[in-house]
Design a protein around this ligand. Sequence first.
Ligand SMILES: [Zn+2]
Length: 152
Amino acid sequence: MMFIADAMLGRLAKWMKIMGCDVAYYRRIEDRELVHLALKDNRMILTRDTLLVRRKRAKGNFFLVEGNSYKDQLKQVAKQFSLNPYENLLTRCIECNIPLTEIDREKVKELIPEYVYGNQKNFLTCPGCGRIYWPATHKDGIMKTLEEIFRT
Ligand SMILES: [Zn+2]
């Protein structure tokens, strides 16, 4: 399932991408354009905007997100769409919303700090922006946050 989030849901979109979900997000986008993209790519609209959902073409293809904190929102969306927070964790570029692919360790040697190269065996790259990803220390922080959100 693919999603598109409105401009007010940046943090929710980011965390969904961390979980590996396909979420289109634009900081500036008009309602009409957002609804158009949703229809074109068959994406579920995630929105906090009750005006947007009154648009005729958005009918039946949106989920009204409640709650002001991204944690509440994430919990709500995961429940609604039966998303497993851990299944596809860190498999997608947070910037480009593109699935990461494996890259040979030798190929990244010149691109990353030496201590990382020395400590990590597996690397992923984004075909969009070329960024290199590895199971970094921040994964612990992410896990902690997700466990906090989904504990109850
Ligand atoms: Zn990228």
